[in-house]
Write a protein that binds this ligand. Sequence first.
Ligand code: ASP
Length: 330
Amino acid sequence: MSARRHFIKTTSLLLASLAINPKEIFAQSSQTNQAIIQKPIVLSTWRFGLKANEIAWKKLQEESRAIDAVEAGVRVIESDPTERSVGYGGRPDRDGHVTLDACIMDEFANIGSVAFLEHIKNPVSVARAVMEKTPHVMLVGDGALEFAIDQGFTKENLLTEESEKEWKEWLKTADYQPKVNIENHDTIGMIALDMHGNLSGACTTSGMAFKMHGRVGDSPLIGAGLYVDNEVGAATATGHGEEVIRVVGSHLVVELMRQGKSPEDACKEAIELIHKKLKLRNKNIDNTQIGFIALNKNGEYGAFALQKGFNYAVFNQQDENILIEVESLF
Ligand code: ASP
């Protein structure tokens, strides 16, 4: 079901339960210029978003801030060794190091980020500590690790037996071929609107599997992998980070919503621009995937992808946690 259809469905369900004529409601809301706001609500990328949403939803129900909900939500995926594209158990770079990227942003435009961070299971919480406890917005590599240890995070080995085995197998050919929707790279990006009507987001990944040592993608870059403007909406990205960075994707989606585009249309326009830039450089798009999800201040949401196969999870006011298949340019 498209996000728009879903919104229409949920809105009609709400109206049915109130036994109110929908025309009346829309007439009233246009007179007072107030939209029906769906809150709280949380959405996150890919199927593992369903698991993350459960925890975030619980927080939102307790009237927690969206920032606490998104941090708690994505931590679940970071800590799970069976999820091989985020946090602990994430696939290593081509030299066998698990290096993690994450960022977080709240309703006051507070931002925090870490990149190329090793040995810490929950980089999103280190990003939050950067945001709250330093005068800076981003720490990388050894500096980020030292800071994390200083803050009481535990240094541990993140390379699980499974990921090590897979890396050793890859070393036999050492052929780096990122493939569309194949699980060698998938980020969790989560955006939420809380009971107080405030937005926040978080984004975390181990990046592309077997990437060059030191490679950083879009996920820890505020504006590229994640952006939140509490007056407008929030967006986050997954897929080939290099292409998302090129158009500062998530910021673009939010700005398009500011201009009046629906979340889905804003995501679609950002994907079209990425496609234009790929064509400009004569790039073959067969193995390239990019997906955006977006949420506006009214709790309306949507997504769009370059290729088929992208999905995202939404936990909404009807107490449903559902997976939505995303429409794509190809
Ligand atoms: N965007 C991530 C990166 O480029 C990977 C992904 O979402 O698939 O590191």
